[in-house]
Design a protein around this ligand. Structure first.
Ligand code: AR6
Length: 178
């Protein structure tokens, strides 16, 4: 699914965040210490290679909603933006922290002059954020941010399963139907 708004494109696809060859930056669903982990972080650190942790670890620890940027090493992208999402039920208010995570990542990308960025569904795996709630926060925040971004032109959400994809498609349709 693809929507044009404020001269920007929002895309939603099913796929693997480490296989977004046409994107300048990808976002990592990070842990506070900026080390490898499971899920998205595990896949990104494996694909980027051992140089990534040498650059990322000294930038940590980070707080929920904070975003930092590194190079992407063996990944096909130029940059990785690492954002720590909220742990559902622990880091509060979850919706604000998750929205800030998307906003801060987009702002950081924009300040760097990045034109294309791909996000996974931050906090919806190990951190336990219910998918539909997280999708609404993510897509409303991304849609709102299209008004202010100057360099970022394409924002893609990459979902790992068909179910997650369908939830995001329905929510983006609702946002644009309003
Ligand atoms: N590409 C796209 N999406 C993926 C991929 C992939 N390769 N792998 C998993 N997902 P998670 P979190 C989906 O757990 O909840 C890590 O261990 C997955 O299905 O990666 O923010 C870190 O070290 C889910 O919907 O991120 C942290 O400690 C979504 O990506 C912690 O987990 C996010 O799942 C972060 O937890």
């Amino acid at each position: 699914m693809r929507k044009d708004i404020n001269g920007k494109i929002i895309e939603i696809i099913k796929g693997d965040i480490t296989r977004q060859d046409d994107m300048e930056a990808i976002v990592n669903a990070a842990n506070a210490r900026l080390l490898t982990g499971g899920g998205v972080a595990g896949a990104i650190y494996r694909a980027a290679g051992p140089e990534l942790v040498k650059e990322s670890e000294p930038l940590g620890p980070i707080k929920p909603d904070e975003a930092v940027i590194t190079k992407a090493y063996n990944l096909p992208n130029q940059y990785i933006i690492h954002c720590l999402g909220p742990v559902y039920g622990l880091d509060k208010p979850e919706d604000i922290l998750l929205a800030n995570c998307y906003r801060n990542s987009l702002q950081l990308a924009d300040n760097k002059g990045i034109a294309s960025i791909a996000f996974p569904a931050i906090s919806t795996g190990a951190f336990g954020y219910p998918l539909a709630g997280a999708a609404a926060v993510a897509l409303n925040t991304i849609t709102d941010q299209t008004e202010t971004l100057e360099n970022v032109k394409i924002i893609r959400m990459v979902l790992f399963s068909e179910t997650d994809l369908n939830t995001h498609v329905e929510i983006l349709q609702d946002i644009f139907g309003r």
